[in-house]
Write a protein that binds this ligand. Structure first.
Ligand SMILES: [Zn+2]
Ligand SMILES: [Zn+2]
Ligand SMILES: [Zn+2]
Length: 141
């Protein structure tokens, strides 16, 4: 995506434009998969850990990125597909984890989520669904 598009995203979410924010956003958009803080550190060596950490969290607070639960204990983050704002994150997409390459991604296409009902007295919060399987790249190879 060209710079203008990324600046638009930052503006739409009420964020000031900084080089670090543009670079982090760029990486997420180009990779099209969930990234961890470690991935950012390895790819954006021009910035120190603290700067990347703050940038990541400012994106989450502004509704640009969301945290994806991962069973390996390393938090990954994905892009919010324009559904979120600084007020709330609103997701109805599932996450896919490839058991062959370990890649985690947000499945953007609308997938019908199963209706979940809880026992009385339970209040529903966010529903996180991770589907395990083999991704397109791995099935092709
Ligand atoms: Zn979100
Ligand atoms: Zn794979
Ligand atoms: Zn996601």
């Amino acid at each position: 995506m060209e710079t203008k598009g990324r600046k638009e995203i930052l503006k739409r979410h009420g964020m000031r434009v900084t080089d670090c924010r543009l670079d982090v956003l760029d990486l997420f958009i180009n990779r099209k998969q969930a990234l961890s803080q470690k991935d950012l550190e390895e790819n954006l060596t021009a910035y120190d850990r603290v700067t990347l950490y703050r940038t990541l969290h400012s994106f989450i607070d502004s509704g640009v990125l969301h945290k994806i639960p991962n069973d390996n204990g390393i938090a990954s983050y994905g892009v919010c597909f324009d559904t979120c704002s600084p007020e709330s994150h609103q997701h109805d997409h599932v996450h896919f984890k490839c058991t062959a390459c370990g890649q985690l991604e947000c499945i953007e296409e609308h997938i019908h989520l199963p209706a979940i009902s809880l026992p009385r007295d339970y209040k529903m919060g966010a529903v996180d669904i991770i589907v395990n399987g083999v991704c397109g790249t791995c099935t092709a190879g």
